[in-house]
Design a protein around this ligand. Structure first.
Ligand code: PMP
Length: 428
């Protein structure tokens, strides 16, 4: 895939980084699943809007009105991007973690038991879609099977058991695409199972929304959470979009200015709608940047984007998989439509060393470790972690080829420098 060009320009694509031998080479960012570089169009929009900075929902001045309008327009754009319907709210949050914690405080409390409703979670989840449920609700973690069908069956069985025991689930919390392997379950099928059992579905869209056209309206998903910094926008803004009844009745996420109708010395009337959960001065620039990314992605030819990422992903899977001592990780034998995330291990080398070697000797950025998905890594037998390469719209084929060649050189010749993987340093 040497000749495959990026689909859209991103900022920082020409950054040079130092190697252990003193050379400087263009940085190959193959850690897009962690944080994707901002699209050039997003950077342009931020530059355009920065001078219009003024307080939102709090001032009568002209720039306050402009800022407020920009913020509310951004909210509409973000909601439309994920197919929000009339009865949905779009909340601007900090990121996916924030969104899921917010929703966890809105799962209704069962009047009889005084506990929050039950939540069903698969063991493939990122901790962001596991710990909020574990902490404030009655969460059950279901171990997935080796195939997509077997995993869907596990979900169906657990939902049925909940009904049979008279303890039905309120919510199924599901990843849109795994941050470990990029694989996904058929969302609409899981929605059908959940809705049949009276449960709602929240989708952790952190890895899906930047890479596939996702629609709440088309899939029937009740809530989706995602992050700006994975969606080709800067850090600091994310979104939770979904059905308004739980959000309007739920515990306000933050207590403070803007979230209230009326405050007395000891009691408060909280707003409904987005304001209820968005106390404090909002992140206007973050929301505008995320909305600009949504506009760009919405205008993109989805076939072109998918084919680009798929060609790069296939090359990684085939190229790395063909190397001796390299194992490519997958969750299911029959994964559905994986996004551009490929995780692998190299026998004989600690994942931290592989990542340090790729950076120091080749200028390639990847992620190593357990990817905030300890239960899944444990089940798959990778308690010591693994290495993850991930691609996006700004990735060039040449970067992927560099990675395959670099891992090939590692398994043939070994590293040239010594690495202290604890402190993530190289020692010549
Ligand atoms: N879910 C998944 C699937 C992720 O990949 C990530 C980020 N690694 C998160 C949730 C959390 O995203 P954030 O750190 O932006 O809150």
């Amino acid at each position: 895939v040497h000749d495959v060009a990026p689909v859209l320009p991103v900022v920082g694509a020409d950054t040079l980084v130092p190697l252990v031998d003193g050379r400087r080479v263009p940085y190959a960012n193959l850690d897009v699943a962690a944080s994707a570089p901002a699209l050039q169009a997003v950077a342009d929009r931020v530059t355009q809007v920065l001078p219009l900075y003024a307080s939102v929902h709090r001032g009568a001045g002209y720039l306050s009105q402009v800022s407020t309008a920009l913020y509310e327009q951004a909210r509409r754009t973000i909601g439309t991007f994920v197919g929000a319907r009339e009865e949905h709210l779009t909340l601007v949050t900090r990121n996916t973690t924030d969104s899921l914690n917010l929703l966890a405080g809105c799962v209704p409390v069962d009047q009889a038991t005084g506990a929050r409703g039950r939540v069903l979670v698969l063991d493939i989840e990122h901790h962001a879609n596991l710990l909020p449920w574990q902490r404030v609700t009655d969460a059950t973690v279901v171990t997935g099977g080796h195939t997509v069908a077997a995993t869907c069956e596990e979900i169906a069985d657990e939902l049925a058991a909940g009904l049979a025991e008279g303890r039905p689930y309120a919510l199924v919390a599901l990843t849109g695409a795994s941050n470990v392997t990029g694989e996904s379950l058929p969302v609409a099928d899981v929605v059908a199972l959940a809705h049949d059992a009276g449960a709602r579905v929240v989708l952790d869209g952190a890895q899906l929304v930047p890479h596939r056209r996702f629609s709440l309206a088309a899939t029937g998903v009740d809530y989706v959470a995602f992050s700006g910094h994975k969606t080709y926008a800067p850090f600091g803004a994310g979104a939770l979009v979904g059905r308004r009844d739980w959000l309007d009745a739920g515990t306000p996420y933050l207590a403070g200015g803007g979230a209230v109708r009326r405050v007395r010395a000891t009691t408060t009337d909280w707003h409904e709608g987005p304001a209820r959960h968005e106390a404090g001065s909002p992140n206007v620039l973050g929301a505008v940047a995320l909305a600009a990314a949504c506009d760009e992605l919405a205008a993109l030819d989805t076939t072109v984007a998918r084919e680009h990422e798929d060609a790069l992903r296939r090359r990684l899977v085939d190229g790395l998989g063909a190397l001796d001592r390299v194992e490519v990780v997958h969750v299911w034998d029959d994964a559905v439509d994986p996004v551009g995330v490929v995780t692998f291990t190299v026998t004989g080398y600690d994942p931290g060393l592989v990542a340090a070697y790729l950076s120091a000797e080749h200028g390639i950025g990847v992620r190593d470790g357990r990817f905030c998905a300890h239960p899944l890594l444990g089940r798959l037998g990778f308690d010591a972690g693994a290495v993850r390469a991930s691609v996006g719209l700004g990735t060039a084929g040449e970067e992927v080829e560099r990675l395959v060649a670099a891992v090939g050189a590692l398994v043939c010749d070994g590293p040239q420098a010594r690495y202290d993987v604890v402190d993530n340093l190289w020692v010549v």
